[in-house]
Write a protein of this length. Structure first.
Length: 364
């Protein structure tokens, strides 16, 4: 990678870092030399089960890191639906979340340090920076201080950042300016997460791991996705470690494509769904929490249905959610939809579409 960047610098060619290619907004498309880290730079360099951190190369697929961590009853909390193929470097570029961001936060909150390569060939490690160290870096001069002069942003705008920077759980786009505040340790690594830019190829991210909990799973089904969304604050009161929602179109599309039909039929009745996971130190505790939530969910109103799952069933239900991307693109017969409301209803043993499919005029 160092040699590639040097060659690009010599001719003035731009560079673009690529992870697993799972992004939906064209982040991997550009007129540039594309650095695909997944072929050669995919190793776990260090995994410390005592201090709960891992130092990895950016091309490692998330599931490979999680597999290694789970041998020590640890996990990496952010887990996008593409966890079987997305890379950690790409996750850092996107500040990925996933269903278990409720448990461990976004990718940015797990990033302890980054070993980065600048376009001019400078290689350095960034992370939390005490004030005395920050001032010493700036005083020494050279390439590294250019990156650390973000301290001027902090000094000039710290009050505005505290007052007006969005305080929402899944703020994932752009520079994390709040990570530059003194109370957050002037963490340059976390400030750079989610910048979605090719200028900083990442050589060795160091990431924090979390203890892997035992899990109990439930799904709530509602008359439509809007009612499901209205119930999210109520569900959050029960402190789930994972919560995802989707609407009935995903189910209908999967059935039209004959994708995981048996898994789809595990869902309760409804046209809007909330998949809820509850974690605890033991399987018995997780089952108790899930059962308490199930009983509470039965009281959410007549528009709500509830179903609990075993571990095996839960994995199958999560597979439905993770199939969303493949299931919702190019759906056979769905050129134009006529009708409103729920696109299907459930009858014993099957789902029945309620929308009319209008085929294109073959003479046009």
């Amino acid at each position: 990678m160092v040699a590639t960047v040097a060659a690009c610098r010599a001719v003035g060619a731009p560079v673009l870092s690529r992870g697993g290619g799972t992004s939906l907004a064209g982040q991997c498309c550009n007129v540039a030399v594309i650095l695909d880290f997944s072929k050669y730079m995919h190793a776990i360099l260090e995994l410390d089960p005592v201090l709960k951190f891992a130092r990895v190369q950016p091309g490692i697929v998330l599931d490979r890191l999680r597999d290694a961590a789970e041998e020590h009853d640890l996990t990496f909390a952010p887990d996008p639906a593409t966890h079987s193929r997305c890379t950690l470097g790409g996750m850092i570029g996107n500040n990925s979340c996933g269903v278990h961001a409720l448990m461990g936060g976004k990718d940015g909150r797990q990033c302890e340090s980054l070993d980065i390569l600048l376009y001019d060939g400078t290689r350095l490690t960034v992370g939390a920076t005490p004030e005395a160290e920050l001032q010493a870096i700036i005083a020494r001069g050279g390439a590294k201080p250019d990156l650390f002069r973000a301290g001027r942003i902090r000094d000039t705008y710290s009050d505005l950042i505290r007052q007006r920077f969005p305080k929402i759980p899944r703020r994932v786009s752009g520079y994390n300016l709040d990570e530059l505040l003194p109370e957050n340790g002037f963490n340059v690594a976390r400030a750079l997460v989610a910048r979605k830019a090719p200028a900083l190829p990442c050589c060795k991210p160091t990431a924090h791991s979390s203890t892997a909990p035992s899990i109990g799973a439930c799904v709530l089904g509602f008359a439509d996705p809007f009612i499901a969304a209205d119930h999210v604050p109520l569900v959050l009161k029960y402190k789930p470690i994972g919560l995802e929602g989707f609407d009935g179109l995903l189910v209908e599309y999967m059935l039209r494509k004959n994708l995981a039909v048996d898994d789809v039929l595990l869902l309760p009745q409804g046209c809007g769904f909330l998949l809820c996971e509850f974690g605890a130190d033991s399987a018995e505790q997780a089952d108790t929490i899930a059962e308490e939530f199930t009983q509470a969910g039965l009281g959410f109103g007549k528009t709500c249905t509830v179903r609990r799952y075993s571990d095996v069933e839960a994995r199958r239900v999560w597979h439905v959610r993770e199939s969303a991307l493949g299931a919702t693109v190019f759906v056979p017969g769905f050129h134009t939809l006529s009708g409103r409301g729920c696109p299907f209803r459930r009858t014993p043993g099957c789902w029945v579409p309620l929308v009319k499919v209008i085929e294109p005029d073959r003479n046009e």
